[in-house]
Design a protein around this ligand. Structure first.
Ligand code: G6P
Length: 364
């Protein structure tokens, strides 16, 4: 497969920089200003059916699963429907209870991941309603699902996902807004989220302009043998995905933990040689997250904070533009894609084709 590299040295770099236009594409033609909602033509469920959904279960693998974790939070926050995400392989092997009032959502960039496809087929056989949040149009998962939301990230060539991850999270924001607006999300909140969505492309461009700073930070932190990523609630899926990205392309060991769980074990690992990346948005959990920074500092851990303001206790802070709190996770992880990229670059890794990994795993 060869696509135009557009002057970039790697597909990953190209795809990271394509994010403003990719997000523009997933939004295009879908916003309905009159009703402060979105039009999702391929969903295949009407508003009455959408109102009857009692639970949402999201399944996927790898980065798709992490985007699904963000999706589950967005659906709970905006639509107040209980929602959670689970790795598709775990889901299919544990013989889950398949419930007629649950909306199942399969997430996949390629639409061909075998574990996700097999889970969809099992769900369909049991009569469940399954939607797809898929990038590749006409792929197996897109065909087997009852409907869904195309991610429109464009072709993603690098084995690790960047622009598709971001676009998938945005696609979930659209689904959550739609479900919210047929339920109890107010017109005012619908407008607030729409305005936030419209700001994303510009804010992504702003983040990408900080690449030189991130390159310098990568040189400083990237020498570690092991790194810790922490976040709470909205920051936790961001930490998970950032940790995965670093592992995949740099081969540096990384753990992701909910910040509140640090004290229940992983604090034992903190020392100057094991730096932490902390996701610290200015949301209602800011004070809690500040306490986490202190917890790490008290064990002489070096800290890279990613948030909306400077954190003097951290050794480095990456400041990301602020959006609406529900949408902030979409932006907070983007500088950490660049951190993984520049860390792997310094180490001379084969960034687009990391060892032992494939773009899509179409076997059991
Ligand atoms: C592979 C890739 C990951 C990807 C996962 C799911 O493991 O290396 O980057 O997130 O598959 O792929 P999908 O196409 O289903 O999103």
């Amino acid at each position: 497969e060869t696509w135009d590299m557009g002057g970039h040295d790697t597909y990953m770099h190209k795809e990271i920089h394509e994010q403003p236009e990719a997000v523009d594409r997933v939004l295009r033609g879908r916003i309905d200003d009159r009703f402060a909602t979105v039009r999702l033509g391929g969903l295949g469920i009407d508003n009455r059916e959408a109102r009857a959904v009692r639970r949402v279960k999201i399944i996927g693998c790898g980065s798709a699963y992490h985007a699904g974790m963000i999706g589950a939070q967005l659906i709970e926050e905006l639509a107040r429907i209980p929602a959670d995400a689970e790795p598709a392989s775990e889901f299919r092997y544990r013989n889950p209870v398949v419930d007629p009032d649950t909306l199942y959502v399969a997430v996949s960039q390629s639409g061909e991941t075998y574990d996700t496809l097999a889970a969809v087929q099992e769900l369909k056989r049991k009569g469940a309603r399954v939607l797809g949040v898929v990038n590749v149009v006409g792929s197996a998962i897109a065909r087997e699902t009852d409907g869904g939301v195309y991610v429109h990230a464009g072709p993603e060539v690098c084995v690790v996902s960047t622009k598709c991850f971001t676009n998938t999270a945005v696609a979930f924001a659209l689904l959550a807004l739609h479900l919210g607006r047929v339920r109890d999300l107010s017109v005012a909140d619908g407008r607030r989220i729409i305005e936030g969505l419209r700001r994303l492309p510009e804010q992504l461009s702003e983040i990408l302009k900080t690449e030189e700073d991130i390159r310098r930070i990568a040189a400083e932190f990237g020498t570690a043998r092991s790194m810790m990523f922490v976040g709470r609630v909205r920051g936790y899926p961001v930490a998970r995905e950032a940790s995965l990205k670093l592992k995949e392309i740099s081969y540096i060991h990384a753990e992701a933990y909910p910040a509140s769980e640090l004290k229940h074990g992983p604090l034992a690992l903190i020392e100057p040689e094991v730096p932490s990346v902390a996701i610290v948005p200015n949301d209602e959990l800011l004070e809690k997250n500040r306490a986490t920074l202190e917890e790490i500092k008290a064990r002489s851990g070096r800290i890279l904070a990613v948030g909306h303001q400077d954190h003097p206790i951290a050794d480095e802070t990456i400041i990301v533009p602020r959006n609406e709190p529900e949408l902030d996770p979409i932006l907070l992880g983007v500088p950490l894609q660049l951190l993984a990229y520049h860390t792997a670059l310094v180490m001379g890794r084969d960034i687009d084709k990391p060892r032992n990994l494939a773009k899509s795993v179409t076997v059991e």
